[in-house]
Design a binder for this molecule. Sequence first.
Ligand code: SAH
Length: 252
Amino acid sequence: MSEQPLVLIVMAMEAEAAPLRASLGAAPAVPPDWASSLPVRLAVADHAGVDIVLVTNGTDPRTGVDCIGSTAAALATQVALDHTRTGLGRRPDLVLTVGTAGGWNRAGASIGDVYLAWDRFVCHDRRIDLPGFNAFGRADLPAADLRAHADALGCRLGVVTTGDSLDESPEDAARILASGAEVKEMEAAAVAWIGSLHDVPVGAVKAITDLVDSPVATAEQFSANLATAADALQRTTLALLARLGEEIGADV
Ligand code: SAH
C-alpha cells in the first residue's frame, strides 16, 4: 500500500480533462467488471507525491457527446471509488470535482476565474415540495475545506450550485439567489452526494467559462472560453495537487 495521499478527480467533459490527463502523464486503468458497460474512462497517475485517480464521465454511445450532468457524474464517482477500494485497497483522502462553470458579474466573477467550493454544494433544479424531500432536493452538502489554498492559487471561494440544464430558468434564478451560490454547473452536488455516502470529503475546482448575467448567450460564451478555462483548470489543479501532496502527505 502506498504512503502517498490519494486524490480522486472527477471530470465531465473530455475537452476539460484532456490537458490535465496529459500533463499528469496518466495511464489508462480498467473499470471494475460491474461497470464494464458504462462509458466512464479511468486513468491513474503519480504526481508531486500524490496518487491520483482521474475519472471522466465518458462519451454517450447513442448521441456521441460527453455525458455531462449529475447522473453520469454520480456513476463515474462510484466507479472510481470502487476502483480505489478494490484496486488500491483504500479510500481517497479527497475527491475533487473539477470542471467549467458559470459565474456572475454581480458576484464579481470574470471569465477564466477559478473557484474552490466553499462552504457547500447545493442543487437549484430539484424542486420537491413534500416534507423531507425538499431538503433532499436542495442537497446542501458540505465542501472540503480548501480555504488555506485559495490565496496561493489565486482562487475565489463560493458555494457551488448544480442542476441538469445549461440555461437558468426563472425558478432556478430565484433559488440560486436565495442560496447565495456563485458557481453554476451540472455535476458537483452529485459527486458530493456519492462522497458523503462513502464518508469521503469532496472539494471542487471550477473555472468560469460564462457569466450567467451577461447579455451574451451562455452557450456562445461557453464555446468561446472553453479552451482558456481548461488551461486555467489544468494549471490550478496541478498546483493544488502539489500543495495537497505536502499538506496531506505530512499527515499520513
Ligand atoms: N454546450 C456545450 C456542452 C457542455 S456545457 C458544448 O457545446 O460543448 C455544460 C458543461 O459545462 C457541464 O459539464 C457543466 O458542468 C459546465 N458548465 C459551464 N457553464 C455552465 C453554466 N452556466 N451552467 C451549467 N453548467 C455549466
